[in-house]
Write a protein that binds this ligand. Structure first.
Ligand code: SF4
Length: 342
């Protein structure tokens, strides 16, 4: 049986053609799945009963089970979903003054093993398929209060999205398709640890926003924090970012997790300025969020402020990202795919 949430619009066009149905059936189905959020084929009432019965022989609309939801005092909600094979993933809804962002996982676990990241410490299970990506959006819809709308989607949860390239690009298509979830390209951001071939391919195949988790200004420190740097060192990564087609967008987002006594000095800020020269970007400084078993510590607030000032004086837009949801382990780098008691 095929889950209709595993279908892009183009897939549906092919599927309805196989049934000998007219192409407009694909538009109807796509709209039922993503806009009207139909929970089953029977509720697609403007589709003939005969075609619905045929569809039901091979297809269904399948959700993933939300096992647990934790809410922090700042309103951040983290939810744990169980997939069909028993794998578990987490997603996070993050409210801010003018936006509500859904942080989506792209893999169950992660193979990249970044040393400051709880997901990286728990190992890799598998890539998520398309329905497991879209189901995180559907599940998030069920957690919204009246009047709330998701404004932004970020692929920054568990996993390296560029290691699940095809499904992630198909997901981005559904997110940004006016007949699908209907988000603007500018409201969807993919964050990578720096897979250079994937960055180049993404630039050619999609026009969603790009964020890069940089976190160090020398190969020596980045090798230690992010083993992927040994494969794609800073110079190669920065070259790929400089080549990245912005397609009308203003900038790439540079994420920099600030870790006490590791990458938090004035020299780091100056080296970062040098690395970023000529690159249209904004910088998010993210004070490290310690988690149980973490080998690093949160930075001193004033050191983060000094780094921020140096970067701002250098002409960059800098945001110091507050640790939203850290008390429920929902902040950056704290997702692990299990909740106590769930
Ligand atoms: S930071 Fe991202 S890429 Fe690195 S281990 Fe964690 S989930 Fe994987």
């Amino acid at each position: 049986m095929k889950n209709l949430r595993d279908f892009t619009y183009e897939d549906l066009q092919r599927e309805v053609a196989e049934y000998g149905e007219k192409p407009y059936r694909a538009t109807q189905l796509f709209s039922w799945i993503y806009q009207k959020r139909a929970a089953d084929i029977d509720s697609m009432t403007d589709i003939s009963k005969v075609f619905r019965e045929m569809l039901k022989e091979n297809c269904y609309v399948g959700a993933d089970t939300v096992l647990d939801v934790k809410e922090a005092s700042d309103g951040t909600k983290k939810f744990l979903s169980e997939l069909s094979d028993g794998s578990r993933i987490e997603s996070v809804l993050i409210p801010e003054s003018d936006r509500l962002t859904l942080c989506v996982s792209s893999q169950a676990g992660c193979a990249l093993g970044c040393k400051f990241c709880m997901t990286g410490m728990t190992g890799f299970t598998r890539n998520l398929n398309l329905s497991e990506l879209t189901n995180q959006v559907f599940s998030a819809f069920t957690l919204l209060q009246e009047g709330e709308h998701i404004t932004n989607i970020v692929l920054m949860g568990m996993g390296e999205p560029l290691n699940n390239f095809d499904n992630v690009v198909r997901f981005a298509k559904i997110l940004t398709d006016g007949k699908g979830f209907g988000f603007s390209h500018n409201k969807v951001t993919l964050s990578t640890a720096g897979l250079v071939p994937g960055i180049r391919r993404l630039g050619a195949e999609s026009n969603i926003n790009l964020a890069v988790s940089l976190n160090a200004t020398t190969d020596e420190v980045r090798d230690r924090l992010m083993p992927i740097n040994k494969k794609y060192p800073l110079e190669e990564l920065m070259e790929a970012l400089r080549d990245y087609p912005l397609q009308g967008k203003k900038h790439i987002t540079i994420e920099y997790v600030v870790i006490k006594n590791v990458n938090d000095t004035i020299e780091d800020a100056r080296r970062l300025l040098y690395l970023l020269r000529g690159l249209p970007c904004k910088v998010n400084l993210i004070p490290f969020n310690p988690f149980p078993g973490a080998r690093f510590q949160a930075p001193d607030a004033h050191k983060v402020m000094v780094m921020s000032k140096i970067l701002k004086d250098g002409g960059y837009t800098v945001m110091v990202r507050s640790s939203k949801g850290s008390e429920i382990q929902a902040a950056c780098g704290q997702l692990r795919g299990w909740h106590e008691g769930a």
